[in-house]
Design a protein around this ligand. Sequence first.
Ligand SMILES: CC(=O)SCCNC(=O)CCNC(=O)[C@H](O)C(C)(C)COP(=O)(O)OP(=O)(O)OC[C@H]1O[C@@H](n2cnc3c(N)ncnc32)[C@H](O)[C@@H]1OP(=O)(O)O
Ligand SMILES: O=C([O-])CC(=O)C(=O)O
Length: 380
Amino acid sequence: MNSVAAPNETATPTIHKGLAGVVVDTTAISKVVPETNSLTYRGYAVQDLAARCSFEQVAYLLWYGELPADAELAAFTQRERANRRIDRSTAALLSRMPETCHPMDVVRTAISFLGTEDPAEDDSSPEANLDKALRMLAVLPTIVAADMRRRRGLDPIAPHHGLGYAENFLNMCFGEVPDRVIVRAFEKSMVLYAEHSFNASTFAARVVTSTQSDIYSAVTAAIGALKGSLHGGANEAVMYDMIEIDRPERASEWLTSKLDRREKVMGFGHRVYKNGDSRVPTMKEALTEVSRHLGDTRWLQIYGELETVMVERTGIKPNLDFPTGPAYHLMGFEIDSFTPIFVMSRITGWTAHIIEQTAANALIRPLSSYDGPPQRALSA
Ligand SMILES: CC(=O)SCCNC(=O)CCNC(=O)[C@H](O)C(C)(C)COP(=O)(O)OP(=O)(O)OC[C@H]1O[C@@H](n2cnc3c(N)ncnc32)[C@H](O)[C@@H]1OP(=O)(O)O
Ligand SMILES: O=C([O-])CC(=O)C(=O)O
């Protein structure tokens, strides 16, 4: 049995603010190596996966630990396609959500609602959780696209069972499958966003799972954590900033005054990578391809200016949200749908972690160091 020293009120404990640098558990899902700027999913470099695999293959890899053989992939994609439709009660729920709320609130509520409809909600066996994870993966694009179109005053487009994951989503958003360059760039972003060890939203999912709660509750918590602008919400913030900057020649002055005011610049910096995010080169290349394909390099130029000045002034480099924001904007997505799109991808990593946490669970419950008033008596 492990012996744990009782917390001693008089000793001064070391505080790990934000849990920075604290290793809380093992994982076999992904490995982030800041020293070499590398990231692997189940041992495969993320750049190779983005270049050569579909998002469906990567989802399978994260969940089952190996890339699928042809027959396994065929069965997996068939199940994914069969689960894309939303039922009437979910459609009714979506239509009742206020259009003034953020689309992340819609996604968060929809996942929570799916839990209420699942009679086996509390079955956390690996088989049941893999089933639920696949259903969430399949239905999320339909929810995100329907909400996007509703806000444009348009009817939803039903999922197309003959199309792959990325093509189907783009078709549900825009009523057509865009050119191959756009589809591939989008799919690369899905692969790059899929998993990133114990980031804040994944950790939130693991905390909820550690209490023996259900997978929908854990994913709902994760969505809440991803929404914040220090995490997934940064991809939206980046684009709002770029639109405010408007022209490449204004970028340097904008950034300088932001830094002079000691404000954070969204899309830069990372808790783990201190010398650049392993995923940025692949996504920057995808952004470049989309910009050239569409003949619109304005955002790419603003990107270049901001990156140069930021690195000169602070040494801080872009994270994945920096190229993804303008790439999604060029693809035609509304800015407030960028983080919901991140959810569509990260559902794979979250659920892989929920299954891993369940398999070797320990309640996650750290200590705190009390710094309030000393014990005192109630007045008579
Ligand atoms: C997919 C993702 O979730 S990637 C992350 C997306 N988030 C963002 O892009 C938001 C902007 N970035 C940040 O706020 C931070 O870099 C974080 C939250 C991502 C990581 O932060 P931490 O590891 O906690 O580092 P911390 O915030 O303490 O920064 C260390 C120093 O660098 C500075 N710094 C870090 N990031 C930035 C930034 N984006 N802009 C300006 N300064 C920054 C901090 O001000 C701090 O300076 P100080 O020591 O003088 O106070
Ligand atoms: O790892 C992190 O802290 C944030 C991040 O990049 C991610 O979740 O993709």
